[in-house]
Design a protein around this ligand. Sequence first.
Ligand code: TRP
Length: 444
Amino acid sequence: MASAAHEQWQSRAGFLLAALGSAVGLGNLWRFSYVVGENGGGAFLLVYLLMVLLVGVPLLLAEFALGRNARSESLGAVALAAPARPWRYLGLVGLAVAVVVLAYYAVIAGWVFKYFALYLVGTPERLTGPGPAAAFAAHIAHPTEPVAWQALGLALCMAIVGRGVHKGIEKTSLVLMPALAVLLLALALYSSTLPGFAESMAFLFAPDWSALAQPRVYLAALGQAFFSVGLAMGVMITYGSYIAPSVPLPRAAVTVALGDTLFALVAGLVIFPAVFSFGADPAQGPGLAFVVLPEVFAQMRGGRAVGTLFFLLLSIAALTSMVSLLEVPVAWMVRRHGLSRWQASVGCAAGLLLLGLPASLGFGPLKAVTLAGRNLLDAMDYLAVDLLLPLNGLLLALLVGWVWPRRTAVQATGLPAGAGRLWHAALRWLLPLVLAAVLASTLA
Ligand code: TRP
């Protein structure tokens, strides 16, 4: 399974920042803020933290362990842990989800790049002149321009992934992730001076206990935790396969999951004070970043600079996550089909552009096409994130909890015996239960 040429991260920091780069993405900035907004703020946050700790960390550790143990990308790693017939194909589900998510993720990233470019060249009026909602609608409805931005994002990822794990992904993460942290902190400092800061602290951190009685809050929290930490798509298995034997995996899993959560919280402290200071509605849904914020920036002192930095932040976060998703099919094609990294990167990026085309055109020329009442991008998001992600998470937990020999599994995590038993019990009982409940209620 492991090839002699299987690459490795050259430093622990490089690996941690690459994994954090995968985890921190549009999910933390764009998705987290509107999901928190829609689900009542503080109470949601509590459930979210629980989901990250009880479900996210054990599964992330399992993925790292599967990958490092096999020293193979996700499909090979799954097949090595569970060689029997139906299980060995489980990696395919993860690969499929990664491909579908990246296809439409690149469309949204394209919108982000365009907004960044408009702020940078100093024409953000184009985002608010006709009203921010109308400007956003007009941009995403354009038949060709969003596709060009989408292609640009995929081309950048292709260039990074094509250079290899160390020279491409690791080196890029070592530069971009610290930049991301600095940008986020600078924006948070600025936000803390806004009049709406106290209100947004209350919104984010004061629990509204009544929300805990609503099943949809748990669903939203689990879905968001999976998406944000980046689980169940083969990404962390693949990244895990490049980890050196000396790195303690449990600590890495906790660092990545909590680091990702910290980024999301600070992002909330950037976004909500702006929203509240200008009397906007936090429960706006997916348009929060593209519609509400440009309007806020237009009214804010120094708004153009803040807008430029904000969309730069979003662009970087999106890029490093896209890189990790692209690595999944690329690593598979390199191992399985003997392609060179460059061949695989170019081929995958081109295929992903085609696959994402309907998601982009669904707002313009293909507007009339809907699937179960959803536009094409939302349909892909629903299929991948609401259905396939929990399904794949469930199957992965079953595989590690029941099929992969327990002793090998615990040994691969590097946990001491007692903690290892707890971890294994979580994968065997707790995760399948939670995930099956979530799937059942999504389907119902
Ligand atoms: N975690 C990223 C985000 O928050 C998106 C992402 C990257 C992802 N890799 C993933 C989501 C794997 C699910 C699974 O935007």
